[in-house]
Ligand binder design. Structure first.
Ligand code: URA
Length: 248
């Protein structure tokens, strides 16, 4: 049993907040009875109607996008910039898809999109065990010793980063730049940029090359593909909380 507003959101009809408004306005009925109580619980085994029209669970969609630069990872942008949703093929536009975590406007690479809220929350939550691998071009000549510092975890304001893995691809005195990889299991806002900036090496370019075992192989910038059932299963296996949500 779940709260009525959550079921309405899961049907793709509208957001949870809008659903609460509809409930308060007396537009929602469960098994023929108008419900105006916000905490009311039901399930999709009940007949839920909005202004007399029945709603059903929305089909779950899981997409992998090769996000290009200069696109915002958001469902809308007040500055009118292009969002990742604007890049989706027409057939996916009817779903209420959300990006799983975020990639900065100037970053590119692997980005998942889904309408499965539990899956999304579990993947970006603190109990997610999924590796995210980034390739970064930074200013200046990085040393392996500096990368070891990152690996142990560094202090960023009042937060200490978790241990992680790194590698050095190139460190050029001539170009005064370096190329490094970093593999994190967490994803704080601007974390990779802040970690390298803390070492005195601002990030010039950032690409997420892997999310779990998923890469953007075969996808042009801006293209998407649906995840295969075994890929979804593998990601779910990594999530310690998802099964809990699932068998509620
Ligand atoms: N870390 C960042 O700094 N930016 C991203 O887009 C992702 C991780």
């Amino acid at each position: 049993m779940e709260r009525l507003q959550k079921l309405i959101a899961k049907s793709g009809y509208c957001s949870r907040r809008k659903a609460e408004e509809l409930i308060k306005k007396g537009k929602v009925a469960v098994n023929g009875k108008i419900i105006t109580e916000i905490g009311y619980k039901a399930s999709f085994r009940d007949l839920i109607t909005i202004e007399g029209v029945p709603i059903f669970p929305e089909e779950k969609v899981y997409l992998l996008m090769n996000k290009p630069r200069s696109v915002i990872t958001s469902t809308a942008d007040e500055k009118g910039r292009k969002t990742v949703l604007d890049l989706l093929p027409e057939k996916y536009r009817r779903y209420r898809l959300y990006p799983v975590g975020r990639l900065d406007y100037d970053a590119k690479g692997v980005l998942l999109l889904t309408n499965d809220g539990d899956f999304m929350n579990a993947l970006v939550g603190p109990r997610s065990d999924v590796e995210k691998e980034y390739l970064v071009r930074v200013e200046g000549v990085l040393s392996r010793k500096q990368l070891k510092t990152l690996e142990k975890g560094i202090q960023l304001g009042d937060y200490r980063t978790l241990p992680c893995k790194t590698y050095l691809r190139e460190a050029s005195t001539k170009k005064n730049s370096s190329l490094a990889g970093i593999i994190l299991k967490e994803g704080k806002y601007h974390q990779v940029k802040e970690m390298f900036a803390a070492l005195g090496h601002p990030v010039k370019r950032l690409t997420r090359i892997r999310f779990g075992e998923l890469t953007a192989e075969g996808l042009q910038a801006g293209e998407v593909r649906e995840l295969k059932p075994h890929e979804i299963k593998k990601l779910l296996g990594k999530i310690k909380t998802y099964q809990m949500y699932d068998c509620k």
